[in-house]
Ligand binder design. Sequence first.
Ligand SMILES: *Cc1c(COP(=O)(O)O)cnc(C)c1O
Length: 393
Amino acid sequence: MTAIEIRSLAARFGSPLLVVDCAQVRHQYRVLKEALPGVDLHYALKPLPHAAVVSCLYDEGAFFDLATTGEVELVKAQGIPAERCIHTHPIKRDSDIRDALRYGVTTFVADNEDEIRKFVRYRKRAELLLRVSFRSPDAVVDLSRKFGCEPGAVLGLIEKARRLGIRVRGLSFHVGSQATDPGKYIEAIDACRNLIAEALLAGLPALDILDIGGGFPVAYGETVMSIEDFCRPIRAALATLPRHVRLIAEPGRFIAAPAGVAVSSVMGKAKRAGRWWYYLDDGLYGSYSGQLFDHAKYPVSVLKDGELHESVLAGPTCDSIDVIDDDILLPQLEVGDLVIGRMMGAYTWASATDFNFFKRAKVVVMNEQPADTRRVVQLHRRSAGGGSSKPAA
Ligand SMILES: *Cc1c(COP(=O)(O)O)cnc(C)c1O
């Protein structure tokens, strides 16, 4: 996204904005698809639950990973066939299960006996994946702490499900988001291969789905392995699984992060203790919320040159923690100047609040159609549930 494009979007739509570039979404999907051939990619909506992302991924042939009724409604509104969706929240209310079933989703996830029991009444319409926990203390976000059963509990749970008349179709895991290296996937795949073999030996129904979750990393500032290098050993491990096993992954961040550019503007400035403080119209309670919740540090830049000074970038709210960066080298900025955050598509706008009545960023979508060189821009408001309204031209 060029400076000219960013300036013209800000002039047209104001700020703060989250510009979502569907060309990037498509690019990330294709790159991951190529790195993991034979694996169905279910986009996890959580990092960027937006209609335009869903529909452009559907056009690419993607599948979807849902966790809540709101996500079910979002894909339904985009006309996504339920067969392309799985529901992967390990802990659900009965209403969550019913809403997903009514839509037509048939694959759900559970990781304990109480959750399995919730499916007794739906056993004719629903099948389960068992989520297994493989701890990743090194991952930035260790998702195996909160969810997943011990590998040693898997066979017992399958047996319990069988006695309840519920079909367990396979296993799933999530090694943690923004994984630093592929080692955890390999360990988890190896362990799952053994579990699949043990289930067979124990005479349990064959496990024919393996879901390797999300976690694929993107480069925020520090370099990370290329996705091709990252996936090569994963591919090799997957190749050792029995042929009949359908492979699934649930990428979220990898698809969404590079597609989002946050555009904010300076609403005021002050010199304090020898440093310029710039107060932006977006901050930690808005799109930069990922700095808190997701532990990410986004590459921030301005569209200006000049002598650099140690400066502070602060968010707009009256809370003192609302500081994006308290030691950043910037040229002298003026009220109205734009500040750009890159790699901000994942876990940013999705976790933004309207604290202090500072409205979260408007989403502006570009390159919604692959062949569209005119760059049709549509304005999307989160309040409309990710729906779109055409800007007055
Ligand atoms: C959040 C989540 C994902 C996406 O994870 P990323 O690290 O963003 O790829 C996938 N599956 C489940 C079950 C999740 O909770």
